[in-house]
Design a protein. Structure first.
Length: 213
């Protein structure tokens, strides 16, 4: 295997900077009040670190499957950073992967997820000050837009640079978000009673109704 730095890896500063940005974002928009909240934040942090470690540090997943992949793609330098975009590489797509379909798709999910979390947090903060139920903005389409946003972010990261660890963590983290949503539903029902019951009846948890888009 060639020198990592020549292939676009071994860049620990980029691992740290990118991980710090995403973890700080999650910390800023996560209520760390219960063990389950801390669990979701911790899993998200591990997910992000694992993602950027393999993207800029060392490609553990590619190394792990290098024997099998080298037989399928004998003329491909699997340890080149560009070929670390696995979906782009395995499908034999040509050109710069940063300008390709999967990279564009991943950015769409990531930025839409980030925007959803920020927008939803702003509305939630205002309604909490007034002791009101949040039903406008993204809350008019789904009951838990912030969790939807975080799921979109981790999915976007996975599409851009899939790894073995993030493949394992993705369903676990998504399950934790779902469980948190059910817990919040119960708490909000206790607080707002029939008002929340009607809101929950009219508004899906995660996926907007097609007629409302």
């Amino acid at each position: 295997m060639e020198n990592l730095s020549l292939n676009g890896y071994g860049l620990l500063s980029l691992v740290f900077i990118n991980s710090f940005i995403f973890i700080l974002f999650a910390y800023s928009f996560t209520k760390l009040k219960t063990p389950r909240n801390w669990l979701s934040f911790s899993l998200f942090s591990v997910y992000v670190i694992a993602h950027f470690t393999e993207m800029y540090g060392f490609p553990f997943t590619i190394y792990w499957f290098s024997g099998w992949l080298s037989k399928l793609y004998p003329n491909v330098n699997l340890f080149s950073h560009e070929n670390g975009h696995i979906f782009h590489t395995l499908l034999g797509m040509q050109g710069d992967p940063h300008l390709g379909f999967f990279h564009a798709l991943s950015l769409l999910f990531i930025f839409f997820g980030l925007g959803t979390v920020v927008y939803a947090w702003g509305i939630l903060s205002e309604t909490q000050k007034k002791n009101e139920l949040a039903t406008t903005g993204p809350y008019a389409f789904v009951r838990h837009p912030q969790y939807v946003g975080f799921i979109l972010i981790i999915f976007g990261l996975f599409v851009q640079w899939p790894t073995l660890i993030t493949l394992i963590l993705f369903p676990i983290l998504a399950t934790v978000y779902v469980q948190l949503s059910y817990k919040e539903d119960k708490d909000l029902f206790k607080k707002f009673g029939k008002e929340y019951e009607k809101y929950a009846k009219d508004t899906p948890m995660f996926v907007p109704r097609a007629s409302e888009l």
